[in-house]
Design a protein around this ligand. Structure first.
Ligand code: NAD
Length: 314
């Protein structure tokens, strides 16, 4: 029987939270090249792979063209700062990473006729007027607001990817990723789950922005990796929402994490940031139909794994 050649897969942002989990899955059957500038990612997330002969790490900023001798079969383009505290500190970097960076990676895909998956975001829906959000909703984004560097550059990225598909007949995929959580998130990156877990574990005040009535839905990273790999191997071009539709109020999330960590923390309330959406919940019918995917990890067991990891690592 003829042996199948293993694929060469490039993962940009591979030293980050989702990217490193994705590589752990892909490396089982493929050669993986990880490209990352380590701006928010960490070598710690990939150090267990460094001796693997099927793994190559290249420290590189995707805002610059990437010269690769090897031909790649697939590109998962995840490189981008993604945490709200960075929107204020690094807006230009975020804009250029998702525009110029996406262009550079698309050019590489065009050279190799590689399949290309773009990690977009639920933030393209802005502060949505429609619930839950389905892929045919065009969004409600403030193009000059504090979050616009992220929202609008991801929207530009989606447009660029779609143009490469139409103009150069490239096989492209757009994943609209909703809030994802799990091990390897940065403790200080301003996202709600690591915030609440580290504050609770340290018995510090748990800070809620606004009254905590805003809802979010959280997808465990293992489910996210399933969704992304299924999208890459499907016929679907997307955009496809990948997220967990179970909604929880932020106040209830704070109480749950406090209980699960046996914390003595107090819950305190602070001013709500500008343009922070009140509700965010994916409609995942398209992912069910086109990818045969749905999330399998409920919030409590997923949080338990995450809390255990933060206990050991931080
Ligand atoms: N985690 C979520 O809830 C979520 C939600 C929606 C979308 N996303 C998207 O998923 C992707 C991964 O997010 P994450 O949560 O793992 O974040 P992360 O910050 O952990 O990972 C992003 C990685 O990209 C790298 N990076 C950033 N700019 C770069 C550049 N110019 N060149 C090379 N590398 C660069 C960082 O060093 C980091 O390793 C991002 O594109 C993000 O927008 C994530």
């Amino acid at each position: 029987m003829k042996r199948m050649r293993s694929k060469v897969i490039l993962v940009t942002g591979g030293a980050g939270f989702i990217g490193s989990h994705l590589i752990d899955r892909l490396i089982e059957k493929n050669r993986v090249i990880c490209v990352d500038n380590l701006s928010t990612g960490s070598c710690k997330n990939i150090e267990h792979l460094m001796d693997n002969k099927n793994f190559l790490f290249i420290e590189h900023d995707v805002k610059k063209p990437l010269k690769l001798d090897e031909k790649v079969d697939e590109i998962y383009h995840l490189a981008s700062r993604a945490s709200p505290i960075d929107f204020e500190k690094f807006p230009v970097d975020i804009l250029l990473t998702n525009s110029l960076g996406t262009y550079n990676m698309l050019e590489l895909a065009r050279r190799d006729r590689a399949k290309f998956l773009f990690a977009s975001t639920s933030e393209v829906y802005g502060d949505p007027e429609k619930h839950p959000q389905s892929e045919n909703y065009w969004g409600n984004v403030n193009s000059i607001g504090m979050r616009s560097c992220y929202d609008e550059s991801k929207r530009f990225g989606e447009s660029l990817v779609s143009s490469y598909q139409r103009k150069f007949k490239l096989s492209t995929k757009i994943a609209r990723i909703f809030n994802t959580y799990g091990s390897r998130m940065r403790a200080d990156d301003g996202r709600v789950i690591p915030n609440f877990i580290t504050q609770s574990l340290n018995n510090e005040n748990v800070t809620i922005y606004g009254e905590g009535k805003q809802t979010r839905s959280f997808c465990h990273v293992n489910d996210m990796v399933d969704g992304l790999t299924k999208l890459m191997s499907s016929k679907s071009a997307g955009p496809v929402n990948i997220g967990n539709p179970s909604e929880i109020k932020i106040l209830d999330l704070a109480k749950l994490i406090k209980r699960m960590t046996d914390s003595k923390s107090e819950i305190v309330f602070e001013r709500m940031p500008e343009n922070d959406p009140l509700r965010r919940k994916p409609d995942i019918e398209k992912a069910r139909k086109e990818l045969n995917w749905k999330p399998l990890t409920d919030l409590e067991p997923g949080l338990k794994i995450t809390i255990d990891w933060f206990r050991k690592s931080c």
